[in-house]
Design a protein around this ligand. Structure first.
Ligand code: CP
Ligand code: NVA
Length: 303
């Protein structure tokens, strides 16, 4: 059966740790100028139904560094954008390409594509999950903290694709995660139920950002209105008042805490300029690690 990368819950902790170890190895090789052409002669299609900077550039450059060829396919320039069935697109692209990355809306779209694809499909963000990003985040935590086990993670803001994926990561890797989300903006209830059943007593949900941040080693936030929710921006600004990760809130975390943000950031909304530019922020390492972890994922899946 073709192995895809659609959600963390399809993987074991050991398998995810192996991807993180390979990402660290490939990062060392890339920095040291050591060739690692693990996708020599392979082609990977990159389908985007939403905007992107990091995902597009890191996948495209990553495929190049692995010796392969990337095809950038924004929606609107392919027949998928004109309504060609996903299952038809998947079967056709499998005949040309060795792997496919998709950024889209519903998780069911990447699942449908994967069901009909003979080549590995990688989730580059859906409304439900952003698994490549959380793997890059974990690589960043390991680099700065030497580990992730035993650390306390805090999530401040929307119960969105990032929050849902952190919940799956907490359950799989076994760390404590405290999420502060306004009422009505909680994470996906099915994801939460799955994670709490898998790892009882590790995942806490509150409406109080201070309670979530207190004593945290890793503090993480994201935009209040994700892609596709732009029309809700104003009502979300009202609902998320008090959820800005600023210096006063961050002062409640451990003195040596690190701050993550998947970017793009809206300074003055979910995060203050002083925090994202401050000494706890590791967001640029986090962005860089998208390159390394995705190379590890592609090199592992694409044969
Ligand atoms: N973090 C992230 O996925 O960024 P892009 O939307 O720029 O790809
Ligand atoms: N939650 C954000 C993440 C962007 C990388 C979004 O879906 O727009």
């Amino acid at each position: 059966m073709t192995q895809h990368f659609l959600a963390l819950h399809d993987y074991t902790k050991d398998e995810l740790d192996a991807l993180l170890a390979l990402a660290a190895d490939l990062k060392g090789k890339q920095k040291g100028g050591v060739p690692h052409r693990l996708l020599d002669g392979k082609s990977v299609a990159l389908i985007f139904e939403k905007a992107s900077t990091r995902t597009r550039v890191s996948f495209e450059v990553g495929v190049f560094q692995l010796g392969g060829h990337a095809l950038f396919m924004p929606s609107g320039s392919s027949q998928m954008g004109r309504g060609e069935p996903i299952k038809d697109s998947a079967r056709v692209m499998s005949r040309y390409c060795d792997g496919v990355m998709i950024r889209t809306f519903g998780q069911e779209i990447v699942e449908e594509f994967a069901k009909y694809s003979d080549v590995p499909v990688i989730n580059g963000l859906t409304d439900l999950f952003h698994p490549c990003q959380i793997m890059a985040d974990l690589q960043t935590v390991a680099e700065h903290k030497g580990r992730y086990a035993g650390l306390k993670f805090a999530w401040i803001g929307d119960g969105n694709n990032m929050a849902n994926t952190w919940i799956e990561a907490a359950a799989l890797f076994g760390f404590e995660l405290r999420l502060a989300c306004p009422a009505g903006y909680e994470p996906d209830s099915t994801v939460m139920a799955w994670a709490r059943a898998k790892a009882p007593g590790l995942i806490f949900l509150t409406t109080d950002p201070k309670a979530a941040v207190a004593g945290a080693d890793v503090v993480n936030t994201d935009v209040w209105a994700s892609m596709g929710q732009e029309a809700e921006q104003k009502e979300r600004e009202t609902a998320f008042a008090g959820y800005c990760l600023d210096d006063a809130l961050l002062a409640l975390a451990k003195p040596d805490c690190i701050v993550l943000h998947c970017l793009p950031a809206h300074r003055g909304e979910e995060i203050s300029d002083s925090v994202i530019e401050g000494k706890h922020s590791v967001v640029w390492d986090e962005a860089e690690n998208r390159l390394h972890i995705q190379k590890a994922i592609m090199a592992t899946l694409i044969k």
